[in-house]
Design a binder for this molecule. Structure first.
Ligand code: ADP
Ligand code: MG
Length: 276
């Protein structure tokens, strides 16, 4: 069943200098429980699209539905926001409280949920992101990856069904990136719908489906294997391919007989063992 449906969505920003078409006739569907990645160069419209998923923006034309709720209908706003959580690039902009547990309790408190239930939700959310031991910590003492996991826990405590991540690892070191991606994979395995914007192609390769954006349009949709099998096309767009795909490509051009559809380091290792 589809949980998000976008139909012929245009988004035009009005600026002092004129109009900027950020989304141009975007249509897509995302299924309940799906893990999708959105990739595309800077300015291709990824963040604008993300903000339509929880009605932070309104369509200039076209429609966006979240579980059949029209995001253009003001009556649906509260319900849509309670279904769709957002995690942005900079966790420092999202963490509001001086103690981790208070920060996670903040959202549910605003919903008027009773305190015993809030405590249960805080513990469950912290446990899910592997941060239960940091409940009483000050967020300022945490690493970037830990802070981002606290931001994710905030969304989990709201019991959202969908979490939209807009380049959540862009400011993190490799360790922090791994922590966040592992958390995202876990949420997906627990049934959450994940929409994950990234410019790290290894992260996009972890999704079930990739949308490739260019100049406000969805240029391609496919599994990671389908999308990255055409390395030249992806590079033409100014994007990278995952390192194992790149390495396999170079080895092939040096005459090594490797199959076309290698995506992961493990797959590359298996194929190389057959050769050497
Ligand atoms: P991405 O996230 O892929 O980098 P964005 O959705 O942020 O792309 O931006 C798409 C286009 O819209 C870009 O050309 C950007 O400059 C423009 N844009 C984004 N936000 C605004 C805004 N608030 N006002 C005017 N133009 C904007
Ligand atoms: Mg962006």
């Amino acid at each position: 069943m589809e949980i998000i449906k976008v139909e012929n969505l245009d988004h035009i920003y009005k600026t002092v200098t004129g109009e900027k078409v950020a989304l141009d006739d975007v249509s897509l569907k995302i299924s309940d429980g799906e893990f999708v990645a959105i990739i595309g160069t800077n300015g291709s419209g990824k963040s604008t699209l993300a903000k339509h998923f929880n009605a932070l923006l309104q369509p200039t034309s076209g429609k966006v539905f979240v579980e059949n709720l029209d995001t253009a209908d003001e009556k649906n706003l509260w319900q849509i926001r309670s279904k769709v959580g957002m995690v942005f690039q900079n966790p420092d902009n999202e963490i509001v409280a001086a103690i981790v547990e208070d920060d996670i309790a903040f959202g549910p408190e605003n919903l008027g949920i009773e305190s015993a239930e809030i405590r249960r939700r805080v513990d469950l959310a912290l446990d899910t992101v592997g941060m239960i031991d940091y409940k009483k910590f000050s967020p300022s003492k945490l690493s970037g990856g830990q802070k981002q996991r606290i931001a994710i826990a905030g969304a989990i405590a709201m019991k959202t069904k969908i979490i939209v991540f807009d380049e959540p690892t862009a400011m993190l070191d490799p360790q922090g990136r791994r922590e966040v991606l592992n958390t995202v994979k876990k949420l997906h395995s627990q049934g959450l719908t994940v929409i994950y914007i990234t410019h790290f192609m290894e992260e996009a390769a972890a999704a079930e489906k990739i949308f490739v954006m260019e100049r406000g349009k969805i240029l391609k949709v496919g599994t990671p294997r389908e999308i990255f099998s055409d390395a030249k096309e992806i590079k033409r767009l100014g994007l990278d391919v995952p390192a194992p795909v790149e390495l396999a490509d170079r080895l092939r051009s040096k005459g090594y007989k490797l199959p076309k559809n290698i995506l992961t380091a493990d797959e590359l290792a298996v194929e190389l063992k057959k050769i050497f």
